[in-house]
Design a binder for this molecule. Structure first.
Ligand code: DX5
Ligand code: ZN
Length: 216
């Protein structure tokens, strides 16, 4: 299975955003993870379309957009227009996952569904065959820099098992508290993409930390 690192821009220096994106362009990170928060679904507000635009202009990398917003169906098409390659919405944030999936797909991006730490993996079952990726939250969504919740490893293994019959091509991504210390456990459990905010941007040598995670 492939290994992908998706640095989260939430931990970048917004006063020098272009510099930080160029650093990622020059790194082994294949994806750039964009955390969009609305202050309702999560107790924090991050950024939206106006900030995504310069990131898209500064980088040719795969743009992995994680929506932590209520009723995502209202906005998913605009996120695809803004340059998302993958749009991931939260299962807990919508009454109509089917609509979200169809709108994202029709607009031309890959589709992801994310679940919070307390949401059982069984809730994903009916959607697994219709999506490209599951994003397992290994912290409560809302903030960078929190501690990794170890039970996420079993969730990854469980989803990988469910996907064997329902969608063998399903990708699993994990987000929250990830560094070169726990990356290997997650890759071994069946994750292919790992998000890392503080581990990358607070590292003395971010590009080396990305390599360390890939080689974990
Ligand atoms: C949290 C976000 C994460 C966050 C990860 O709600 O979804 O993507 O930026 O940050 P770290 O890697 O610092 O836990
Ligand atoms: Zn995220």
């Amino acid at each position: 299975m492939q290994r992908i690192i998706a640095p989260s821009v939430l931990s970048a220096d917004f006063g020098h955003l272009e510099r930080d994106i160029r650093m990622l362009n020059d790194s082994r990170a294949e994806w750039i993870h964009i955390d969009v928060m609305d202050g309702v679904f999560v107790p924090n507000i991050s950024f939206g379309f106006p900030v995504m635009k310069p990131i898209r202009q500064a980088s040719p990398k795969f743009m992995d957009v994680h929506l932590m917003i209520i009723d995502p169906e209202k906005y998913v098409e605009r996120f695809v227009e803004a340059g998302s390659d993958l749009v991931t919405f939260h299962l807990e944030a919508t009454k109509d996952p089917r609509k979200c999936i169809d709108l994202i797909r029709k607009a031309g991006a890959k589709v992801g569904i994310s679940i919070k730490p307390a949401t059982p993996i069984e809730d994903l079952k009916e959607w697994l065959s219709d999506i490209d990726l599951v994003l397992v939250m290994s912290v409560e969504p809302g903030f960078g820099g929190q501690s990794f919740m170890p039970h996420s490893i079993e969730k990854v293994a469980g989803i990988r098992k469910m996907a064997e019959t329902l969608n063998p091509n399903l990708m699993i991504e994990v987000d929250g508290g990830i560094s070169s210390k726990n990356a290997r456990l997650l890759f071994d459990a069946g994750a292919e993409a790992l998000v890392a905010g503080s581990a990358v941007f607070k590292a003395e040598d971010p590009k080396q930390e990305i390599i360390n995670m890939l080689n974990a």
